[in-house]
Design a protein around this ligand. Structure first.
Ligand code: ADP
Ligand code: MG
Length: 252
């Protein structure tokens, strides 16, 4: 079974090479290539249906690509021999919907996978959970149930749950899109701090301010392809491609 040693820093965290994904007749990814270096934050923007979620989901093999290469920390994760569950423990994922278990307290939500997947003991898992709840400003909600939290608090709890697995990288799929506007800022603050701590992140978002401030790289996708990519300030201020210009004129 493939082990995941600490990667040398010159190996990209994520390497996507000429990736294709087809659902029946529908080709959703049409030769996507991108690299996320360790410690980098790459933001992905683009219209609905352009393939952003599918791309993220391919990275932790929630979707099987039709063709192309996918390496995580230098390891070919499309290799049929690979232990997919092991790949996934290295990659945290946060969705638009928070997917907390409603019948479990926040703390239990954070300890469950630590215990089941990582085999941590009760005390250790609880300690890690508390550290991460503190990190997202929710230590006082450890014993609350998800229904008693705001959407923003639930999303921060979901982020803390992912962090409790000690992932090497985090994928975010529109983490603030389901939130009331006044709750978005707290979640973005948590993500900004996470980026500042050196976490490798791939973030699908419509928050252009976040992309500009926090992103090392901005990728614009349309119709299953990367149309434009570069420094977020440059891309947002001077989009070169007409499709990028048109998209940005609608969202900025
Ligand atoms: P985005 O996240 O950019 O909005 P998606 O990756 O969710 O785009 O979807 C891209 C296209 O793939 C859409 O046309 C969507 O309907 C289609 N699609 C996504 N998932 C599936 C699936 N499981 N089966 C069939 N079509 C899908
Ligand atoms: Mg999506």
């Amino acid at each position: 079974m493939t082990e995941f040693p600490t990667p040398p820093t010159d190996v990209p965290a994520i390497e996507v090479v000429d990736l294709y994904k087809r659902f029946g007749e529908l080709e959703v990814l049409k030769g996507v290539s991108l690299t996320v270096k360790a410690g980098q934050v790459v933001c992905v923007i683009g219209p609905s249906g352009s393939g952003k979620s599918t791309l993220l989901r391919c990275v932790n093999r929630l979707e099987e690509p039709t063709a192309g290469q996918l390496r995580v920390e230098g390891i070919d994760i499309l290799d049929p021999e690979i232990d997919v569950d092991k790949v996934r423990t290295r990659i945290g994922m946060v969705f638009q919907q928070f997917n907390l278990f409603p019948h479990l307290s926040v703390l239990r939500n954070l300890t469950l996978a630590q215990r089941r997947v990582l085999g941590r003991g009760k005390e250790e898992a609880a300690e890690v959970a508390r550290q991460n709840l503190e990190r997202v400003g929710l230590l006082d909600k450890a014993d609350a149930y998800p229904a008693h939290l705001s959407g923003g608090q639930q999303q921060r709890a979901a982020i803390a749950r992912s962090l409790s697995m000690n992932p090497d990288m985090m994928l975010f799929d529109e983490p603030t899109s389901a939130l009331d506007p006044e709750l978005v800022g707290d979640v973005l603050d948590v993500m900004r701090n996470l980026a500042g701590s050196g976490m490798t992140m791939m973030v699908v978002t419509h928050e252009m301010g976040f992309a500009r401030e926090v992103g090392d790289d901005l990728v614009f996708m349309d119709d299953g392809m990367i149309v434009e990519e570069g420094n977020p300030r440059d891309v947002l201020a001077n989009p070169r491609h007409t499709r990028t210009q048109s998209f940005l004129s609608k969202v900025l």
